[in-house]
Design a protein around this ligand. Structure first.
Ligand SMILES: [Zn+2]
Length: 126
């Protein structure tokens, strides 16, 4: 009986994704929803401006650590992953603005010049 259960659980574990992957995905989704709600609903531009860069850097670090862990700790993975994460993080920091007038979060398009005015209230962005 016990061996049958063990076999069954082993079978299930072999079928599903690895546990650390599932734990990471759950945390990642919760973090994603929480940060989305915070940056979309909070209207304190000064606070968001202060939190955004370290937040993006921490997120990039966590993501990089996870991918590295999933790869089995291979060094060559870091070679292309670190520059990719740095570029994405810098773009994320640069392209996200916070309107000082209405406090909303604005995502500018990477290759668009339109973005010096708030699309919600029309105020000029710093
Ligand atoms: Zn605005």
């Amino acid at each position: 009986m016990i061996s049958a259960i063990a076999q069954l659980t082993n079978f299930k574990a072999a079928q599903g994704p690895p546990l650390d992957f599932v734990v990471f995905m759950v945390c990642w989704i919760i973090l994603g929803i929480a940060s989305f709600l915070f940056f979309q609903l909070n209207r304190n531009a000064a606070l968001k401006r202060r939190i955004w860069p370290p937040f993006i850097i921490i997120i990039g670090f966590i993501f990089g650590l996870f991918v590295w862990q999933m790869s089995g700790g291979r060094r060559e993975v870091l070679l292309f992953m670190i520059p990719a994460i740095v570029i994405i993080s810098l773009l994320n920091i640069r392209l996200t603005r916070f309107c000082q007038s209405c406090g909303r979060t604005l995502q500018a398009q990477p290759f668009s010049s339109a973005g010096s005015f708030c699309k919600y209230c029309g105020a000029k962005l710093e």
